[in-house]
Design a protein around this ligand. Sequence first.
Ligand SMILES: Cc1ncc(COP(=O)(O)O)c(C=O)c1O
Length: 364
Amino acid sequence: MNTIKPLDHIANTKAYVPGGKLHGAAGPVAMLASNENPFGPSPLAIEAIRAAAAEGLQIYPDPDYTALRGAIAAAKGIGDPARIVTSAGSDEIIHLLTQCYAGPGDEVLFTEHAFSMYEVSARSHGAAAVKAPETDMTAGVNSVLGAVSPRTKILFLANPNNPTGTMLSVEALKSLQDALPPHVLFVVDGAYSEYLGPDYEAELRDLVDRRDTTVMMRTFSKIYGLAAARLGWAYMPRPIADTFQRIRGPFNVNALAAAAGIASVGDEAFLKRSRDHNTLWRARMTGALNAMGLATPDSHANFVVPDFGSAARAADANQALKDAGILVRAIGGYGLPSKLRITVGGAEDNTRVLDALQAFTAKR
Ligand SMILES: Cc1ncc(COP(=O)(O)O)c(C=O)c1O
């Protein structure tokens, strides 16, 4: 008999479901399930990892991550690097912020189809997970405000959101920010913000400066193509950064990831190439899917979300894609069972997924 029992709120936490792998496929697998960059990382990142590995893996990284925070500050126009924190993927930021600010008896708020780590994190820290309804897969300012209670400690909002690809305008974010009571920490998750470009990135940054209760978190896993390295960061008011720094692991970012981040955070040519490719193919895929009769709303991120009309048809389509060696993401767990989330990949993989879905839709 197992006599070692986890805390109740840990036992009641459902694990995050990752994109997974496709086993036993005959040919090359098109990996379109995790919103990764088909170009991989900037060549500067690969070179930096090689150099850092050659320099000495036996040495602990700089616990202050001074060079990494300085490089992020310089690339993103942030005046005070002390207000930047870095992490092993932005998932760690979600966890550490929740650990700092929410626990049993508290509520963590997010929207109906929000990124699922917000719920995993809230529950695993004993806080209640509260969901504000969305309209047409889009968060609403009034809906979110209506779900705030005296017990709400954190509001997580990804903009654009995963897995819907929808977003609020910066004006809407500002009115939400202005109307939120001061006991709520507003965490804006900009995981996909680089796909909108530097102007939007700057607007998210400036949002943090409007209030002392707003945090912006970011990741190197998406457009930077460094998902395997696990690197994230956040820009926040100084007291929140100081609190965060107190509880993170002293060496939470490994030296190879830090070197890759330093080398590539400001590689604007790489970012532009990735962004332009995404914009082009996202429009092509959206148009082609709609033409097949699969309603596909405009997405602001690096994925599209076609609707198959029913959960059963979406499951059939997912199986047809798997049979063709194409891995996309079923999002029934997000309350969207009739849809699939398809990452914008390289030209060849995008063509494969469109051809396979064309054949699938032509059959019925
Ligand atoms: C909205 C959003 N936030 C955060 C993350 C976590 O990214 P990572 O932990 O790889 O930095 C993801 C990954 O899919 C995401 O979609």
